[in-house]
Structures are given as C-alpha cells and as structure tokens.
Design a protein around this ligand. Sequence first.
Ligand code: IDP
Ligand code: MG
Length: 165
Amino acid sequence: MLEQTLILIKPDGLTKSLTGNILTRLSETKLEIIGAKMVRVSRELAVEHYGALKDEAFFEELISYIMGDYHKKKVMALVYGGEDAIQKVRAICGKTNPEEADSVSIRGAYGRITTKGVYENVIHASANEEDAEREIKLWFTPEDIIEDIYSTNKNEKNIKIKEWA
Ligand code: IDP
Ligand code: MG
C-alpha cells in the first residue's frame, strides 16, 4: 500500500552527528523523501506529539528529551513516502527499547538508555497509518510537502496558502 510516514531524527541523533548515517540507513528502504525540515520543538508540539503517553511515568523526561533539553535543541523532521513506508521504516529503526533492538537496526546501533531511564533511541517513526496522518499534519504544512498526500482547504486569508482540511 502507498503510504507516508513521519520520521524525526531526535536531538541525541543530531548531537551525535548521526544525521548522515541515519539517512543512509533509511535510503535502503528505497522510499522517497517528500518533506524535510529542521524544527525547534516547543513544549506544546512535544506534548501534542506524545499525547498518547501522557500517563506514563517517563512522560516528563520524554518531553524534555524531544525538546532537546539534554542535547541540541532541534530535531530533523522528514516525511517518507512509498510502498509500505510505515512498516519498512519501523523495521529498519528497530524496537523502541534500544537494548532490545536488533544490533544492526538504527536504534540498536545508536541508541542508549540513560541513567534517568529515558530511551534515547535517536529516531522516531510513525507506528501506523492513523498516527502517520496525525503526526505529518502536526509537524508539516501542506506547502512543506512536495506531493498532495491529504486533502487541503484554501486558506481564506491568503488563497495561495493551503491548510489541512
Ligand atoms: P516508538 O517510538 O517505538 O513508537 P512509543 O511507545 O510510542 O515507542 O514511545 C515513544 C518514545 O518514548 C520512545 O521512542 C522512547 O523514546 C520513549 N519511551 C517509550 N517507552 C519507554 C519506557 O518504557 N521508558 C523510557 N522511555 C520510553
Ligand atoms: Mg510511537
């Protein structure tokens, strides 16, 4: 199935200069990059992105982590598209817990668990189609993405700018 998926190179991935390595690994999937940008993550964006985990004991540490409080204060956000994009990217990322992830997966090779118990696993990838759509619409505007992937509305203030429907 033709899908899109949101990928974030997390602050630890950027601080460790892993951008090139991670993009090289992702290129093995033969998927297309259809959106890419650097983002300074606000608390609001972090909480919205990880809203489903708000009752977890590690939630506040996770918010600090993705905002870059322990590393560079930035993430690289990408949208990859293509056949079975979600599963192909998840497979190459490896399991959430970097200690359990296959050692040749991205998380297995580059991740760690901090003494505070945060899984610093260098990359985020959408888990399913519903998450992918929600996350892509959260991190990107339609104008940031070079293909028309979801329906859009004309913005009444400026008809040249599209907004998510
Ligand atoms: P995923 O990133 O593989 O989809 P989620 O369960 O959605 O995993 O968790 C989001 C992020 O929260 C993980 O990538 C990891 O950074 C962190 N995390 C998840 N579970 C734990 C945990 O049990 N302890 C510490 N951090 C966790
Ligand atoms: Mg997840």
